[in-house]
Design a protein around this ligand. Sequence first.
Ligand SMILES: *Cc1c(COP(=O)(O)O)cnc(C)c1O
Length: 401
Amino acid sequence: MGTSGKDQSSRTRLVTGGRRKDWTGAVVNPPVWRASTHLYEDMAALKAARPNADGQFYYGRRGAPTQWALAEALTELEPGAAGTMLYPSGVAAIAGALLTVLRPGDVLLMTDNAYEPSRAMGRGLLADFGVETRWFDPLDLAAFETAICERTRAVLLEAPGSLTMEVQDVPALCAAARARGVTSVLDNTWASPLGFQALAHGADISVMSLTKHVGGHSDLMMGSASAGADWYTGMRRTAQALGQVVSPDDAALALRGLRTMGLRLEHETASALRIAEWLALRPEVGKVLCPMLPGSPGHDLWRRDFTGGCGLFSFVFKGGTADARNAFIDALDLFGIGYSWGGFESLITPVDPAPIRTASRWPLPGMAADDRFGVRLSIGLEDTDDLIADIEQALRVWSAS
Ligand SMILES: *Cc1c(COP(=O)(O)O)cnc(C)c1O
């Protein structure tokens, strides 16, 4: 690597990140180091090994060049990060960050549109360890400030939120948290650092499910958490205590995905916006919830703070029933029915946030009370016109149901 790395655009860093000569050797990509044991030349070498140094062989649980290259590439994409921890899944990354920050007796504030397994962590694991989770309306900054109390130690943000896609005012929320000594953890899976620089906007820890955009091919599970030196060191300690490590094969796949992530996100963002605009004009559609679309909740914040989007958005039908919505989903040919998103192929899931939320209402303010039955689309790399034609024929099925 040259010397100008710091000033290069993230597009270039996607290509160059983590490709240290002593990790890649004479080839382009770091080889897959399948290793538990690292062998030492002699006793002097064993003694000289610094067991806690990054990028040094020690033992398989501390990784090998394949994992180090991925972690370093992710750190280079996140301005303000001193390091990145890799986890076996996105949920493990959220747990790794929260278990580093929180202690028994603490209060965690969690955005009401958080990913459901994050909510479950608050109700379950964290509660069992003596941490109390309280939920807040993602769009109500004043309510958030009032909710901060003496015992509040951390806040978990997500922008845009899972399923309902409201964009939060992350800089304002993080600033309010910091002023009261509260640590901000942002689930940045939707935008990735290409679309939103979490630490530069005030978050202390930026978490991503690499299963989504970074993997990009629906064939691996992984998560990451990037932070400045203090929290990075803390998360490293927690991950080592919990024995967390990712496989070198998966790290190599994630690195391969990372190299093309920029192109995929650009295509998916443009395609999703075209489909969102088309849907917004359809008589069957009540509201399109897509951060890139003017009029969507939080679109102005997205314009102000984000430099990119992705293919994931939701819409609700104008009235109708759950059965009609389900018939629409079943009628689609090009959209697989399944959880996850961010792969090369389009997916769809139903959206039913009402029973999940506790601190904010659904339908969202400004939406008609009858417009409740939604779907979430993950737009892949198929031709946009083909996807629109598929949705159009399924809308006819919805109307007939
Ligand atoms: C999928 C997802 C996660 C969890 O990631 P896994 O890798 O599936 O564990 C976390 N946050 C968001 C917003 C997600 O969509």
